[in-house]
Design a protein around this ligand. Structure first.
Ligand code: IPE
Ligand code: IPE
Ligand code: MG
Length: 248
């Protein structure tokens, strides 16, 4: 985590910020627009947030774009979301290159259409050498599915004799998750006011600080991101221990 000056204040900028962008549908409904318009507006805000996070000195930004449960939505909404992925993946590549951003994706991409899979692969491949912000997009991502897939890998390693069940450590699990190499989130921001995880980063959020705002995702901006960082700076993270001053 880095010390940064934000508008004259000395603040700790969390190394990893995770976001559950929620409220696109409600944003559109309030305006009498189709839900897909909310998603389009939401994509623009994702772009802006990547730039803001890079400028604020955040090292990792992980955004929940599409959950393993979101396939339950209407065919119309799912295909509108797929079209938006196609369009914004290309824009994201340009933005990532311009801002020295490395892009990674978590989730099971195999369920997407071949051109979307290739788009995600290209984003990762063509930004792999960038050294600034790492932007992680969670698509067809579910925390339980991720842990299930890690369990399959563990089982295979046990079967192949590389690992013995009694020796399995937390680190062995961490290394088989999609987020391998990425530190756990320090701060989780959820827009749309819901106080739940919705299957996001279940393993990784064990000691993450939560910040929930009623703002709908298309209304999120840099001011709100800074507000969340300020709230984070007031938290007392104990990780199950006791504060030094309260010892004895
Ligand atoms: C979040 O907005 C975007 C995705 C889940 C893809 P929603 O579409 O969930 O918006 P609300 O919660 O219905 O307002
Ligand atoms: C979480 O939002 C998933 C994403 C942001 C991609 P949802 O709108 O799907 O979550 P629930 O249904 O309110 O829990
Ligand atoms: Mg929602």
């Amino acid at each position: 985590m880095g010390e940064e000056i934000l508008n004259g204040e000395q603040l700790i900028v969390p190394a990893h910020v995770a976001i559950i962008l929620d409220g696109n549908g409600r944003w559109a409904k309030k305006r009498g627009l189709p839900r897909s318009m909310g998603h389009r507006e939401g994509c623009k805000v994702v772009e802006q947030t990547v730039e803001d996070a890079a400028r604020l000195g955040i090292r990792f930004l992980t955004v929940y774009g599409f959950s393993t449960e979101n396939w339950k939505r209407s065919d119309d909404e799912v295909s509108a979301l797929m079209q938006l992925f196609r369009y914004y993946m290309k824009r994201l590549l340009v933005i990532a290159k311009a801002n020295n951003v490395r892009v990674l994706s978590i989730g099971d991409r195999s369920r997407f259409a071949p051109d979307i899979i290739e788009g995600i692969n290209a984003l990762e491949r063509e930004t792999a050498m960038n050294t600034g912000l790492t932007f992680v997009i969670a698509v067809n991502y579910g925390g339980r599915d991720e842990i299930r897939r890690a369990a399959v890998k563990l089982a295979e390693d046990v079967r192949n004799g590389v690992l013995s069940p009694k020796d399995i450590t937390e680190e062995d699990i961490t290394r088989r998750l999609d987020t391998r190499g990425i530190p756990d989130p320090d701060l989780l921001i959820r827009t749309g006011g819901e106080m739940r995880l919705s299957n996001y980063l279940l393993w990784q959020c064990a000691y993450t600080e939560f910040y929930v705002t009623d703002l709908l995702w298309p209304d999120f901006d840099r001011t709100e991101l800074e507000k969340a960082i300020r709230a984070f700076n007031k938290r007392d993270r104990r990780f199950g221990g006791v504060k030094e001053s309260q010892n004895g």
